[in-house]
Design a protein around this ligand. Structure first.
Ligand code: NAP
Ligand code: F7E
Length: 345
C-alpha cells in the first residue's frame, strides 16, 4: 500500500519533532520544513534520532511561493501547520512580523491548498492563549476569546480563517486549541524549560540565579508527546472538527519552580513580598530564584485551564502525563544534559 505523505511546517520546533516521530512510527513518509538561516536548528530531530528519516525542505511562511512549491513537489495527504513565531513575549516586540507569520501565514497555506488540491487535509495549531483573560472556569471549544497579545490575536485569525475555509470551500481543515504542553525539547525561552535548565546549570555551578517574572501566573501544563497524538487523531476524524487538548489541571509558575528545585536537590524557602520575592536554599543560604520585572509582559494571562472532555469522548484521546511527572521528566533530562556540559539549547 502507498505510504501516506505528511507535511509538517515547523518540524524543527518542539511539536514538529514529536509529531514527525509519531508519524514515522505509523509508517508515513514525513516531510518537514525548516527556515534557511546561518545556523540550522536541528537538535530536536537529532535528540529523537530521526534526523535521517525526515525529508527536510526549506519554507518561509511569509513567502506564498515557498508554500506552493512544497505542496506541488510532494503532494501531501496531510498538512500540519505547526510553524509560528510562538513566543508570546516576543510578539510584543515584533507584533507585525508575528501577525504576518501566525495570521497571514495560515491564510497563505489555505489559499495554496484551495488553488492546488482541496483534498489535502489541514491541521492548524491554535492556542489556549486565544481565550486570554476572562473565564476562570475550565475552557472548552465554546468559550469566548479575549486574546491578550499580538501572538494570541494572530492565532485567533488563524483559527477563524481555518474554520472559514472548511465552511466556505469544504476543505478538511481543523484546529487544535492546545493548552501549554512542555517536554525536554521545549525551547529555553518558555518558563518551564527556563526553570529546569537554569536550575540544572546552577546545580552544576555554571549559573548563579534564576530570574523570573510573574510567578503567580497559572497554566494547564501537559506533555508534548501526548498532545501530538491528539493532533494526529483530529486529522483521522470522520469529519473536520476543532478540539481543545488540555489536562484540566492548573498550577502556578511558583509551584513549578518549587517542585523543580526540590527535584534538583535544593531546599527552597520563599521570602519577601510582591516585587521583592525571592527563594533561598536553606542549606547554603544562597539566593536561587529572584524576581525580575523585565520578564513581566505588557498584558499577561493570569490563568488558563482547559476542559478536554470532547477530545476524550470523541477522539479517544487522553493526557497520560500529569504535572508532577512532567516536571520530573524535564528535570531529569536537564540534569543529565548539564552533567555532560553546558546546556546550549
Ligand atoms: P516552537 O518550538 O517555537 O516551533 C516553532 C516552529 O516554527 C520552529 O520550527 C520554527 O523554526 C518555525 N517557524 C517560526 N517562524 C517561521 C516562519 N516565519 N517560517 C517558517 N517556519 C517558522 O513551537 P512549538 O511549541 O513546537 O509549537 C508548535 C505550534 O503550536 C506553534 O504554532 C505554536 O504557536 C502552537 N502552540 C504551541 C503550544 C505549546 O504549548 N507548545 C500551545 C498551543 C499552540 P526555527 O526552528 O527556524 O525557529
Ligand atoms: O509563559 C510567566 C509568563 O512563555 C507562561 C507558548 O507555547 O503556551 C506558551 O505561551 C507564563 C506566563 O508560555 C517568566 O508571564 C513568569 O504567564 O512559558 P510561557 P505562554 O506565554 O503560556 C501557549 C499555549 C502558546 O500557544 C505559546 O506558543 O509564565 N512567566 N516568568 C514567565 N514566562 C517566561 N517565558 N519567562 C519568565 O521568566
Amino acid at each position: 500500500m502507498k505510504k501516506k505523505i505528511a507535511l509538517i511546517t515547523g518540524v524543527t520546533g518542539q511539536d514538529g519533532a514529536y509529531l514527525a516521530n509519531l508519524l514515522l512510527n505509523k509508517g508515513y513518509k514525513v516531510y518537514g520544513t525548516y527556515r534557511r538561516s546561518s545556523s540550522l536548528n536541528l537538535w530536536r530531530l537529532e535528540e529523537l534520532g530521526i534526523l535521517e528519516s525526515v525529508e527536510l525542505l526549506s519554507l518561509e511562511l511569509l513567502e506564498k511561493s515557498n508554500i506552493e512549491r512544497v505542496i506541488k513537489l510532494i503532494k501531501p495527504d496531510e498538512f500540519y501547520n505547526l510553524a509560528a513565531q510562538s513566543f508570546v513575549s516576543l510578539s510584543f516586540e515584533n507584533p507585525i512580523y508575528t501577525a504576518q507569520a501566525d495570521a497571514l501565514g495560515v491564510l497563505k497555506i489555505l489559499e495554496s491548498i484551495r488553488m492546488i488540491d482541496k483534498k489535502i487535509k489541514f491541521y492548524q495549531a491554535s492556542s489556549s492563549e486565544m481565550f486570554g483573560e476572562g473565564d476562570l472556569k475550565k475552557l472548552n471549544e465554546n468559550s469566548l476569546f479575549h486574546p491578550r497579545s499580538p501572538y494570541a490575536i494572530s492565532k485567533v485569525f488563524g483559527h477563524h480563517i481555518t474554520v472559514n475555509y472548511r465552511e466556505a470551500y469544504g476543505i478538511f481543515a481543523c484546529s487544535g486549541i492546545l493548552f501549554n504542553h512542555e517536554s525536554p525539547l521545549r525551547g529555553i525561552e518558555f518558563v518551564t524549560r527556563k526553570i529546569t535548565s537554569t536550575l540544572a546549570e546552577i546545580r552544576a555551578g555554571r549559573k548563579k540565579v534564576l530570574e523570573l517574572g510573574n510567578i503567580y501566573a497559572k497554566r494547564d501544563w501537559g506533555y508534548a508527546g501526548d498532545f501530538v497524538e491528539g493532533i494526529w487523531k483530529m486529522i483521522q476524524n470522520d469529519k473536520p472538527k476543532d478540539y481543545v487538548l488540555a489536562t484540566g489541571e492548573e498550577h502556578s509558575v511558583k509551584e513549578f519552580a518549587t517542585l523543580a528545585a526540590k527535584l534538583i536537590g535544593f531546599n527552597l524557602v520563599w521570602k519577601g513580598k510582591k516585587f521583592n520575592e525571592y527563594a533561598i536554599d536553606k542549606d547554603t543560604k544562597k539566593i536561587i530564584i529572584k524576581k525580575n520585572m523585565g520578564y513581566y509582559r505588557p498584558s499577561d494571562v493570569s490563568l488558563l485551564k482547559g476542559d478536554p472532555t470532547n477530545a476524550i469522548n470523541n477522539l479517544n484521546w487522553k493526557p497520560k502525563i500529569k504535572f508532577k511527572d512532567l516536571v520530573k521528566i524535564m528535570v531529569e533530562s536537564d540534569k543529565k544534559k548539564s552533567l555532560k556540559g553546558k546546556i546550549l539549547q
